[in-house]
Ligand binder design. Structure first.
Ligand SMILES: O=C(O)c1cc(=O)[nH]c(=O)n1[C@@H]1O[C@H](COP(=O)(O)O)[C@@H](O)[C@H]1O
Length: 237
């Protein structure tokens, strides 16, 4: 749908700020991402209010993770917001992911809306091997990401969210087709914050990422358009 790989995460509770960012990024971002902070504060009406600014395509990142029936219902409700991309958590399992993909396709067809892409979040980019061990998973993050990625592909989903560090191995495993969306991306001039498995935008794309998710390095800047341009210029160097 878009060749610009930059998704900007508009993580804020402030509706007018989100609308202003979406307007400012209209010609600079390949997509905008609205996630839990914004959605819990403003719900579907807030999403529509941001879309009404003529924003770039919507990545609706609600990371559904529940029993298959509940996730299918949430996906059917989300389809009405006409997102380009929706997320579920891969650890919810194959049946849950299949239910999400089927619900997205069926509901979009029923309502005559575009079918959203459903992608699965593997291992959060804020976790390193030590964090993963504390959840009972003794494998390295890359091994767990590959295991969950295989499950998501068996469930016929459209792609994955992973850290840039796993992108190369996933591209080798899965080929060119799946969307590989990578948060945990930090330009050399930005701080990592709570992100632990990070790389720069050009490294992530060179490894095979199809899309980059960047939030605070852009939304924390005095002017989001200037910061987004900076990221895009870095990619052209
Ligand atoms: O699904 C996501 O988008 C996601 C998955 C993940 O593993 N790590 C991760 O940071 N994210 C999201 O990506 C964005 C990253 O934002 P910044 O850390 O501010 O660049 C946030 O909106 C997170 O919710």
């Amino acid at each position: 749908m878009t060749t610009n790989p930059l998704f900007v995460a508009l993580d804020t509770m402030d509706l007018s700020r989100a609308r202003a960012w979406a307007r400012d990024l209209r010609d600079l971002a390949g997509g905008i991402k609205l996630g839990l902070e914004f959605f819990v504060a403003h719900g579907p009406e807030g999403v529509r209010a941001v879309r009404d600014t003529g924003s770039p395509p919507l990545f609706l990142d609600l990371k559904f993770h529940d029993i298959p029936n509940t996730v299918a219902g949430a996906v059917r409700a989300a389809v009405r917001l006409e997102p380009w991309v929706l997320t579920v958590h891969a650890p919810g399992g194959r049946a849950m992911m299949e239910a999400a993909g089927d619900a997205a396709a069926e509901e979009a067809d029923r309502l005559n809306l575009p079918r959203p892409k459903v992608i699965a979040v593997t291992v959060l980019t804020s976790l390193d091997d030590r964090d993963l061990k504390t959840t009972g998973i003794n494998d390295a993050p890359a091994d767990q990401v590959r295991r969950l990625a295989a499950l998501a592909m068996e469930a016929d989903l459209d792609g994955l969210v992973c850290s840039p560090r796993e992108v190369a191995v996933l591209r080798a495993d899965l080929g060119p087709k799946p969307m590989l969306v990578t948060p945990g991306v930090r330009p050399s001039w930005a701080v990592a914050g709570d992100q632990k498995r990070v790389m720069t935008p050009d490294q992530a794309l060179a490894a095979g990422a199809s899309h980059l998710v960047i939030g605070r390095p852009i939304t924390g800047a005095p002017d989001v358009a200037v910061a987004a341009r900076h990221v895009l210029e870095d990619l052209q160097d």
